[in-house]
Design a protein around this ligand. Sequence first.
Ligand code: HEM
Length: 197
Amino acid sequence: MPRTRRSSAPAHPTDLASHLRRETAAAHSSLEESLSLLSQPLDRQRFVRVLERFHGFHAVWECAIRQRSKFAAFHAPRARLPHLRRDLAALGRTTAEIRALPLCAEAERLAGDEAAALGSLYVMEGSTLGGKLIARALADAGWAPAGGITYFDPYGRRTGEMWRGFQGFLAAQDPDRDRAAAGARETFALLEEWLAA
Ligand code: HEM
């Protein structure tokens, strides 16, 4: 579903969150379209495959954010690798199979400089917003394991609070905006390529 950007135009059009939103609109639409996760019927095998690919991305990206950026402490409670491991196990993958999944080595470069890492964090935190729609559709699909698939909606009822928390964090940063936007677009582009491979 395309994001209705004009209807939710910000009061301060130059804040960093709005800048990133505007600068990634096309990249978001492109990824959303290529993933087409909401096309019916929602296929179990396809979702397992998508979760496996997200696992390969998060395993590298979260490690890089932890080790190479100064945002490790902020990001720690937002890590989604545990959700992916849990979901894949609940969908029948063994620990050995999960450990053997391919890794997206290129995700490391997204944490390479501070501004780019911020853009990348924006993309992954923002994905919890659209993720709610996906989680709802999955719940209706009938084959999700007990407890649901948690990756797409990791915060549940706290989604709004977590998003506001992220926006507050973003507002306290002062990165090169173009680098941050480029980092966000690179994140979308790499995900699109990696998830489709
Ligand atoms: C079928 C897949 C997806 C759907 C249906 C979807 C839909 C949405 C919706 C409805 C919103 C919030 C509405 C709004 O603020 O205008 C949103 C926000 C967002 N989504 Fe997605 N999305 C999808 C996948 C993704 C993925 C895979 C990512 C990145 C990994 C992503 C990144 C974002 C970001 C960064 C925002 C925040 C925008 C802002 O600044 O407010 N989305 N998405």
